[in-house]
Design a protein around this ligand. Structure first.
Ligand code: ADP
Ligand code: MG
Length: 255
């Protein structure tokens, strides 16, 4: 089987993710204030910032899980406009991994990986199983294929969740604090999988406070506060010479 799905397919300068002047309110509370961000195919971006700064809302907008009320958002050149068919197309290209793994508890790990490719992408059972086994091997969990999710550790469950997203053969992967519910050892094993993905050229947006990961993998680190992008830079500059007081204060708290 050929699984070269991570290679950026566009070389014509269209950003993988293009966010322009994005605004979002929850009632009268403005959670995103004029967020502009363009991410080229194959780039790895880490987003950090205090709790409540709008990080989850921003990346949930990137796969159509949240609506926004101002600005524009394009994924691989396709505008997200709230229409159901568009959202289906966009979600095919965008995989997402959450803090809580949300695996189906009553079916095997292998079946967890096969359901969406069959239902959403119309894969045959044999194709879906082949993909599932390929990505389970990628996250080093082949030996657990027939177990139920709750029979493995939290770190292993999160690796299953990553494999499940990869089975949809996305061009972009979004991670929302994928290790924040895990202890340090499990965090390491999940980060190792993410580092491997980054090495394959996958376009990645990761909300995380794992600054070691950011230093070693990110092309760019973004700091959000109160619904705005306060600062963005390559990791070396971001960590060594942050331009803003708020970034400095935040980094002092978490490092
Ligand atoms: P972060 O991921 O940076 O912690 P979020 O994007 O989750 O931030 O949330 C940003 C702000 O929006 C927070 O103040 C949060 O309370 C508020 N918020 C998030 N989701 C909702 C919602 N569904 N309804 C109302 N307020 C929300
Ligand atoms: Mg969040």
């Amino acid at each position: 089987m050929t699984c070269n799905t991570h290679a950026p397919k566009r070389t014509d300068g269209v950003p993988a993710i293009d966010v322009r002047a994005l605004q979002k309110h929850y009632g009268s509370f403005q959670v995103l204030k004029d967020v502009t961000l363009s991410i080229a195919p194959g780039r790895r971006v880490v987003i950090c910032g205090p709790s409540g700064s709008g990080k989850s809302t921003l990346i949930r907008c990137m796969n159509g899980l949240e609506r926004f009320d101002g600005g524009e958002l394009h994924i691989n050149g396709l505008a997200i406009n709230g229409k159901a068919r568009r959202l289906d197309l966009i979600r095919r290209d965008v995989g997402m991994v959450f803090q809580h793994f949300n695996l189906f508890p009553h079916v095997s790990i292998l079946e967890n990986l096969m359901i969406a490719p069959m239902k959403v992408r119309g894969k045959s059972k044999a194709e879906a199983e082949s993909l599932a086994r390929f990505y389970l091997e990628r996250v080093k969990l082949s030996a657990h294929a027939d177990k139920r999710p709750l029979a493995i550790s939290g770190g292993q469950q999160q690796r299953v969740a990553i494999a499940r997203a990869l089975c949809m053969e996305p061009r972009i992967m979004l991670f929302d604090e994928p290790t924040s519910a895990l202890d340090p050892e499990m965090t390491r094993e999940v980060l190792d999988v993410m580092v491997g993905l980054a090495g394959d050229g996958m376009t990645m947006v990761c909300v995380t406070h794992e600054m070691g990961f950011a230093r070693s993998v990110a092309d760019e680190v973004i700091f959000m506060d109160a619904g705005r992008i306060v600062e963005r830079n390559v990791p070396d500059v971001f960590f060594q010479a942050p331009a803003h007081d708020r970034t400095r204060a935040f980094l002092q708290q978490i490092i």
